[in-house]
Design a protein around this ligand. Structure first.
Ligand code: PEP
Length: 269
C-alpha cells in the first residue's frame, strides 16, 4: 500500500434499481458509521447503474455521507447524436468522482477493444473524473500466455492513449486487475498471484510513461496510482490481498450487493 489510501469499490453491475439503491447506500453508510469506520483511512465507493446515480447523489449530499460513487461506463463522446450513450460531462454534473472503463463484461459483450477503452479513459479525464481502468486475462489467455502478458498489454494501450492528459500533475487514474476467470466464479486469485501481476502493472506505468512524461513524473505516477484486485473478493479473503505491497484495494462485484458483506470488506483491517 506504501502511502496510498486503500479504496474498496463496489461494482453493482445491472443490479439494484434507484429505489433499492437508496436503501443499500444508507445501510452501508450506517453500518460503517456504527463500526467507527475512518473514511480517511480506507475510502469506500459504489458504482451503481446510471439510473441510480441521481438518487445516490441526493442521498450522499443530504446525509453528508462519506461514500463516494461513480458510473460503470461512459461514452467516448461529450455530447450529440449518440442514442443511448451517457456523457462524462453528465456524470461530472452528478458529482461522480469515478467511472469504470474497460470492465471485462464490456470488453466481452460490447466488443470494446483497447482503443475504445483508451478513448473512454480520455473522456473521463477530460471531465475531471478518475477512470478506474480494468484489465485482466481470460482462462485461455492465462493458459497460453501466462498471467501478466494480457493485462500489461491492455494497460499499456490505455496509457498510450491518455499520456498527454497525465502530464497534468492533478490527473489521477485507478487501475483494477481483474482476472476474468476469477470474476463471479467464487475462485479468487491468490494474493501472491495478484501481487505478481499488479507489481508488473505498476512497473508498466513507470516504463510506458517515462517517454512521454519524463522518468520523474512517470515514477511519481506509478507510485501514487492505486491498483485494485477484483474477482470473487469476499470478507474472508480481502485482508490477504491488502497485505500485499502493491495491492491498494478491491473492486467487489457480488459481495457489494449485500450491505453487511461490503461494509465488512471495507473494514478489512
Ligand atoms: C467484477 O466484475 O468487477 C467483480 C469483481 O465481480 P465479483 O466480485 O462478483 O467476482
Amino acid at each position: 500500500v506504501a502511502g496510498r489510501r486503500p479504496l474498496i469499490a463496489g461494482n453493482w453491475k445491472m443490479n439494484i434499481d434507484h429505489l433499492h439503491a437508496i436503501a443499500l447506500v444508507q445501510k452501508v453508510a450506517w453500518t460503517l458509521k456504527d463500526a467507527g469506520h475512518d473514511f480517511d483511512d480506507v475510502e469506500v465507493a459504489v458504482f451503481p447503474p446510471f439510473t441510480d446515480l441521481r438518487s445516490v447523489q441526493s442521498l450522499v449530499a443530504a446525509d453528508h455521507l462519506h461514500i463516494r460513487y461513480g458510473a460503470q461506463d461512459l461514452s467516448t463522446h461529450d455530447e450529440g447524436a449518440y442514442t443511448g450513450e451517457i456523457s462524462g460531462a453528465f456524470l461530472a454534473r452528478l458529482d461522480c468522482d469515478y467511472v469504470i472503463v474497460g470492465h471485462s463484461e464490456r470488453r466481452a459483450y460490447h466488443h470494446e477493444d483497447d482503443a475504445v477503452v483508451a478513448a473512454k479513459a480520455q473522456a473521463a479525464l477530460r471531465h475531471g473524473l478518475v477512470p478506474v481502468i480494468c484489465v485482466g486475462e481470460t482462462a485461455e489467455d492465462l493458459e497460453q500466455q501466462g498471467p501478466a502478458a494480457v493485462p500489461v498489454a491492455q494497460l499499456a494501450a490505455v496509457l498510450d492513449g491518455i499520456a498527454d492528459r497525465l502530464g497534468d500533475e492533478a490527473a489521477e487514474i485507478v487501475v483494477a486487475y481483474e482476472p476474468v476467470w476469477a470474476i463471479g466464479s467464487g475462485h479468487a486469485a491468490t494474493p501472491g498471484q495478484a501481487q505478481q501481476v499488479i507489481g508488473r502493472l505498476r512497473e508498466t506505468i513507470a516504463e510506458r510513461l517515462a517517454g512521454p512524461l519524463g522518468a520523474d513524473r512517470a515514477d511519481r505516477l506509478a507510485d501514487a496510482t492505486r491498483i485494485l484486485y477484483g474477482g470473487s473478493v469476499a470478507v474472508g479473503n480481502v485482508a490477504g490481498f491488502l497485505a500485499e505491497p502493491d495491492i491498494d484495494g478491491a473492486l467487489v462485484g457480488g459481495a457489494s450487493l449485500d450491505a453487511r458483506s461490503f461494509a465488512d470488506i471495507a473494514r478489512f483491517r
